[in-house]
Write a protein that binds this ligand. Structure first.
Ligand SMILES: Cc1ncc(COP(=O)(O)O)c(C=O)c1O
Length: 397
């Protein structure tokens, strides 16, 4: 008894891994052995970091570390229960008030991660009688949230407002309708066409949800994200974002109306059935908002570097797709070649991860470059030098 199921499971594991290897899609973990700055030690090698979402360098910022240390002294290291039981330490209230003021919304709520925020928010708001319009390149957490909701999902071509309007016009009626988009797309580095989306949302009576994971702290004069950048903040119903990228720490959030936030507190399983964030994280997040709101210099430093790096890549002949943000794909095509390309970069002291299907479409495997405000100019120059050498050697340019 029990031998056959065990054997079936072992065979399943063995064959799946073998097939994954054969497809050139096998994944392994690397080991970061230093603070996550623009130069890091990975697997024993000192390398220049081009794979981090720590766009403003806040993950090792003294103000965040100080806030985290003070919070540990006052509250300890864990919240020890879910928020609806006794894990709702007062740092949550302070952070959520601060976040709502920052985003200019009535209220805000903080989740353990951005992934949890998306799946929980979408799945609790939408149901089988509802309809979701989702950009083809939306993040996996949005896709998973849509699946979990059991709503009908219509995927519109990436950033194609006209195609979306046709879809909305011809779709069978639904109880509630939601348009959902990344603000900055995490793999192509493109920007959502928010003015067009807000227009359609109003015209066809849909709600609009914008995922500002890669835009919070980076886009807009005050770092509030792409809705601020496009001056459409008042027209977005659900402002979603994360603390885990430019804000340097961990957690996700939703900002919006008081009623929306009360609904999530009551109905969102991903908030109710999980432990609250540790005090150090909550305090660091508040310090990060203070910093990004007042320090426009951080963003200026980032944009100067982004414009320099992307224009040089393009003039070297690399295909950077339609990237216009701090995320710059360098298309390499084949998954195995992509991983070899990435290994070569690593040997030359450049950390830039290869991205393969299913994260990106077949034929569009790539090296995903992310620029940081804290990159030294000579490190950017070195990155370009190595990329040029690799591009020639692998016949990409
Ligand atoms: C667009 C987008 N949304 C959500 C997430 C999830 O955020 P987190 O890493 O905080 O769980 C990510 C992270 O990769 C992302 O790129």
């Amino acid at each position: 008894m029990g031998t056959l199921p065990t054997l079936v499971m072992e065979t399943f594991l063995h064959h799946t891994l073998k097939e994954t290897r054969q497809q050139g899609l096998y994944r392994t973990l690397r080991h970061l052995q230093s603070v996550p700055d623009s130069r890091v030690i990975v697997d024993g090698h000192q390398v220049i970091q081009f794979s981090s979402n720590n766009y403003l360098g806040l993950a090792n910022h003294p103000a965040l570390k100080q806030a985290a240390k003070a919070a540990i002294e006052q509250y300890g290291v864990g919240s020890a229960a879910s928020r609806l039981i006794t894990g709702n330490i007062t740092l949550y209230d302070q952070l959520e008030d601060r976040l709502a003021r920052f985003k200019g919304t009535e209220a805000a709520i903080v989740f353990p991660t951005g992934y949890q925020t998306n799946i929980g928010t979408i799945a609790s708001l939408m149901g089988p009688e509802d309809l979701i319009f989702s950009d083809a390149l939306n993040h996996a957490s949005i896709i998973d949230g849509c699946r979990l909701s059991e709503a009908r999902v219509l995927v519109y071509p990436h950033r194609d407002v006209e195609a979306l309007e046709n879809m909305i016009r011809t779709a069978a009626p639904a109880l509630k309708k939601l348009i959902i988009t990344d603000g900055v797309f995490s793999m192509d580095g493109t920007l959502a066409p928010l003015p067009g989306l807000t227009f359609l949302a109003k015209k066809y009576d849909c709600w609009l949800m914008v995922d500002e994971a890669h835009a919070t702290g980076v886009y807009g004069t005050h770092g509030r994200g792409t809705a601020e950048h496009f001056s459409v903040e008042g027209e977005v119903d659900i402002h979603m974002g994360t603390f885990s990228k430019a804000l340097g720490s961990l957690g996700g959030y939703v900002a919006g109306s008081r009623r929306l936030i009360d609904f999530l507190i009551n109905k969102c399983r991903n908030l109710i059935y999980t432990t609250g964030l540790p005090p150090a994280v909550l305090a660091a997040n508040q310090a990060a908002i203070d910093l990004v709101e007042k320090d426009g210099e951080l963003r200026k430093g980032l944009w100067d570097r982004v414009h320099f790096f992307r224009s040089r890549l393009i003039s070297l002949g690399f295909n950077t797709l339609q990237s216009e943000t701090q995320i710059i794909p360098v298309v390499t095509g084949d998954p195995e070649l992509t991983m070899e390309f990435s290994r070569y970069l690593f040997e030359q002291g450049i950390l830039a991860h290869g991205i393969r299907p299913p994260t990106v479409p077949q034929g569009l495997s790539r090296i995903r470059i992310a620029i940081m405000a804290t990159h030294a100019w000579e490190d950017l120059a070195r990155g370009l030098e190595v990329l040029e050498k690799a591009g020639t050697q692998f016949k990409i340019i």
